[in-house]
Structures are given as C-alpha cells and as structure tokens.
Design a protein around this ligand. Sequence first.
Ligand SMILES: [Zn+2]
Length: 180
Amino acid sequence: MSRCLVLNASYEYLSIADRWIDALTLVLSKKATPIEEYPEVVRSQREDFRLPAVVVMNRYVKTRRKVRLWIVPTRKLVFSRDGFRCQYCGTGVNMKTGTRDHVQPLSRGGPDVLANVVTACRDCNGRKDDRTPDEAGMKLLSQPRSLTESEKIQCLLKTCRTKERDTWLECLTRIGVRLG
Ligand SMILES: [Zn+2]
C-alpha cells in the first residue's frame, strides 16, 4: 500500500504517513483534508474510502523536530543543494570525491548547519584549511543557505517509489508548489 504525504496547514512539508490507516485516520477525525487520493479503495462495513495520497492539516502543527532534520548538513543535502560542484572552484564532485567545508570553521565556533556548509573539492578544502574564505583569499561561488520548501520536497520525492512520486508531484504542481 502507498504512503501519504502530509502537508502542514501552511502547505509546507510536515511528514510522511507510512501506513494508509494513519492517513485515513487523520482525515476521518477531521484533523486533515485530502487533496489527492489514490485509485485504491478500502471498504468498511458501511462505507468505501479512497486512500489519501496527499493531505493538508486543518490546523498548523508546530514542528521543531522536523525543522532540525533539514538543518543537519549531510553530504547528500549539501552536495545536492550545490549541484555537486565545489563552491570555490566550480569543479564537479561526486559522493566519493566531494567534501563538506564549514565556511566559518567549526574550530572557530562556526555552527554545524546547512547554512554554514558548502560543497568543496579536496584541493580547495585543503587549501582553505581552518580559515575563513577571506583569510584564505578564496571566493565563494554561492553563499551556504538552508533549503527552500521546494528543495525539501524534492529531496523527499527522490526517496519515494515511482507511483507515490508521480501522484505527489502532480498534486504539488496543481496546488502551485513549484519544484526546482
Ligand atoms: Zn575546488
């Protein structure tokens, strides 16, 4: 059975319901409204229900935990955001050759968050060392930043099964959440 994408009342990503029963429960308890459904139907004794593919919460849910998920500068997130290019010299890198560079060095109190980490090739990372770009006389091609809402959704879509991705994409496009 397919999973359900759960959006907050603000239409930002909130979570993914792994079990359809959880998504349906949100809908039946009037906590969320389905805006996209799968063709599959589940039957109870009195009623048939179509399985929700995307639901929007009726009330805004505060989510500190989810926000944290997106500030952790994993290699995957940093490299994808930077298009797999060293942000100092523009050289292409892959998951093996790329490194993460803390623009404000960790050793000097720079935070370990996406907004302080860029993709760097080994050469540039070695050359910059424990210095700021200014001190090292190196220019950044782009400033490190957090992910946009669309980028977060795009990252999620990459991890989905095809059927879920197609359904979710169609819905997100329809409601005007642009992807990339
Ligand atoms: Zn480089």
